[in-house]
Ligand binder design. Structure first.
Ligand code: N01
Length: 574
């Protein structure tokens, strides 16, 4: 298996670099945060990035079939009219290389790379209360001393490799989809085993199967998927996008999940069975995440959800020719969309190929990896040349906890989050002044089209730092009480949906053994969340403690407000 990035520079202690701010990560978040702090606020900023190029999650996730599940014209920055006019996506759902090209284009256009230090992995960040500075160390021995620390580490950047006994003994090659070799993998003539059928596995399987000699797909939990209906964008659509940025922006910034379409306000049982079937057919043909927008109550009402679930299962049965395989694929244990709903290009059709076999590892789990392949509990062994681990991520908290972050009095973040992540708005942790977590746990993040969530967070952090500097405020720091109020609200938001029906997902931290079971993203919808953050700022940073400089008295502390879900902005997204 390829190693993650390592810093190539010397390990000797280097001089300390003093900056206004350090941003960790050069993905969508880090690039925009750099631009905002450097060019809008005139700050001295550096981004440090483990990879040797920009892209963040997209730098590492180069597996076959890697494609974004958000529609390209919404999977873009919306802060620059010029950028929107210049850039043109080629497909409805952009492939990995096109997204990386886009991010490089952005980095070059705004001259960002000169302030990004590549191949540099942050290992520690410690707050020095006396100096009100963050001291940051990297694997290669670089040291930084900064006033503001912004983590832009991504939600899905720390891979999850299950501890299969014997994995190291395998004589063939093992690849994790989240650490894919940059020069690709040739499956020609190979016997390939793929473990995992989440969004990644569902994208990868058809592409691997088309090349491999044999492709065994080990499925533990069956999953829904809706066809992406991907296609090249027509000139007409490209023209529409170029001429209607404002309208598209208005939609993505005012829908709960940040996608470029409105969710229907009709309920499943507002229409009769025949009409409902017709609507589902239409949305199935449109494809992608729009399917879920066909009725507003699919993610809130179990009976409504059952109708969508049954529709998809019937589609699977109609596609997959072998009844036994179809039965395994439709033996789904959760309501539709309570796990992150995948979208696909020919996933279920792949099981009609002669070289593909679905292996049930729910009733007959993987016992071990042998030198020759995968052995199941019943002793059955699958001989393989390549194992592809599409086993996901230590999501949301993993990338932050991999860094030794210590706040006031050496308080480790690992200790504060021992029982699960605690944040206020997903933006800050009590005891960690002037540290901001872009798309941190407790924010809409992964339940929203990510660039939309990222732009909102980056702009809020930028406004916040601007306010602090203008008003001579030395520190902003949330409180235990604010985090507790927010925790209650995040929990309430999740329980207002059907999400608790699928507690075995990475949303709950359930995919990593020993990880606390806490619903991590905020399911109250991006629209509501945006409003809450706006109000927090307008109310003088409600729920945060602000400390004055020198002898000036600190500004008054306004406790965190009441985040009741009574305001009716419908819930979650991706
Ligand atoms: O990971 P996952 P993913 N034995 O955790 C299986 C985003 N994404 O990489 O369900 C056998 O969803 C596991 O089985 P189970 C998106 O947000 C975005 O697919 O735990 N199987 C499951 O099938 C997505 O949600 C895009 O029973 C084991 C799979 O591995 C997130 O990334 C594209 C196992 C892991 O599924 C993560 O998706 C792709 C074991 N011991 C992904 N351990 C975009 O378009 C795990 N599994 C932007």
């Amino acid at each position: 298996m390829p190693e993650g990035p390592t810093n190539q520079s010397s390990t000797s202690k280097s001089a300390v670099t003093e900056l206004d701010a350090l941003v960790i990560g050069a993905g969508f978040s880090g690039l925009y945060q750099l631009l905002c702090l450097r060019d809008r606020l005139g700050m001295n900023v550096r981004v440090v990035e483990a990879g040797d190029g920009v892209g963040g999650t997209w730098y590492w996730n180069r597996y076959p079939g890697a494609r974004c599940d958000s529609e390209s014209h919404s999977y873009s920055y919306y802060f620059s009219k010029e950028l929107l006019e210049e850039w043109e996506w080629s497909e409805r759902y952009p492939q990995h290389p096109e997204i990386v090209r886009y991010l490089n284009y952005v980095a070059d256009k705004f001259d960002l790379k000169r302030d990004i230090q590549f191949e540099t992995r942050v290992t520690a960040a410690r707050y020095d209360a006396e100096a009100n500075k963050w001291n940051i160390e990297t694997e290669g021995g670089d040291r930084f001393r900064v006033t503001y620390l912004v983590t832009a580490v991504g939600c899905l950047s720390s891979t999850n490799t299950p501890k299969f006994p014997g994995l190291e003994s395998f004589k063939g090659k093992v690849y994790h989809t989240g650490q894919w070799p940059h020069d690709g993998v040739d499956f020609t003539g190979k016997r390939v085993g793929q473990i995992g059928t989440g969004s990644t596995g569902i994208q990868a399987a058809p592409v691997i199967a088309a090349q491999a000699k044999e492709h065994k797909i080990f499925q533990r939990t069956a999953n829904y998927s809706v066809p992406a209906n991907n296609h090249p964008l027509s000139d007409e659509f490209k023209k529409y996008v170029k001429e209607n940025h404002e309208e598209i922006r208005e939609i993505i910034q005012s829908t709960p999940n940040g996608h470029p379409f409105r969710i229907s306000d009709r309920n499943v049982f507002d229409v009769d069975d025949a009409e409902r079937a017709k609507i589902y057919e239409e949305f199935w043909d449109v494809g992608g995440l729009r399917f879920r927008a066909s009725f507003q109550d699919i993610v809130f009402d179990k009976k409504a959800n059952d109708t969508a679930a049954e529709f998809i299962k019937n589609k699977i049965r109609s596609i997959v020719k072998d009844p036994k395989t179809a039965a395994l694929l439709t033996d789904i244990d959760h309501p539709y969309s309570t796990k992150r709903p995948p979208i696909d290009t020919g996933y279920f059709e792949t099981f009609n190929r002669d070289n593909v076999e679905l292996v049930d590892v729910k009733t007959n789990p993987i016992k071990e990896i042998t030198p020759n392949g995968v052995m199941l509990e019943n002793g059955e062994e699958y001989e393989l040349d390549i194992i592809v681990l599409a086993t996901g991520f230590d999501a949301m908290t993993g990338p932050l906890l991999n860094i030794d972050i210590q706040g006031r009095d050496g308080l480790p973040l690992r200790e504060v989050w021992d029982g699960g992540p605690k944040t206020y708005l997903g933006l800050q942790v009590a005891g960690f002044p002037n540290m901001f977590t872009i798309t941190g746990p407790g924010s809409p993040s992964v339940l929203c089209n990510m660039p939309v969530a990222i732009e909102q967070h980056v702009e809020w952090v930028t406004d916040c730092i601007s306010d602090l500097r203008e008003q001579g405020i030395a520190t902003i720091e949330t409180t235990e009480d604010s985090m507790e109020k927010w925790r209650v609200h995040v929990n309430e938001a999740a329980h207002a949906t059907l999400m608790p029906f699928a507690r075995g997902t990475w949303y709950w931290g359930a995919n990593v053994p020993g990880k606390p079971r806490v619903f991590m993203p905020y399911a109250g919808g991006m629209t509501r969340y945006r409003l809450i953050c706006k109000n927090v700022r307008e109310n003088g940073y409600e729920g945060f403690k602000l400390s004055g400089v020198a002898d000036a008295p600190p500004p008054a502390f306004i406790p965190a407000g009441d985040f009741t879900l009574a305001a009716t902005v419908p819930g979650p997204g991706v």
